[in-house]
Design a protein around this ligand. Structure first.
Ligand code: ZN
Length: 83
């Protein structure tokens, strides 16, 4: 049975500098590409927002999601879709 590309990761620390996820954009791109290689078609970037991460609100998160999507779009291959 073919299942490649059919997974949705609904909790991923993929945005750089927000929590215990990647610290650079290149690490974020690499992680996204690794996820795609593992069959993930969609990633929902969900940085932690409690405790020490209380400052991670939409105004900070949304531009980073857009920037990461732009970086992935530029690479064309192995492009996950963020929703
Ligand atoms: Zn988490």
């Amino acid at each position: 049975m073919e299942i490649a590309g059919s997974f949705v990761d609904i909790h991923c620390h993929l945005l750089p500098g927000l929590d215990d996820g990647p610290t650079t954009w290149s690490e974020s791109v690499l992680m996204a590409e690794m996820a795609v290689a593992d069959g993930v078609s969609t990633i929902v970037a969900t940085p932690h927002q409690l405790g020490n991460n209380a400052g991670n609100r939409g105004a900070l998160i949304h531009p980073k999601v857009a920037q990461l999507q732009e970086l992935l779009d530029e690479r064309k291959a192995h492009r996950p879709v963020f929703r």
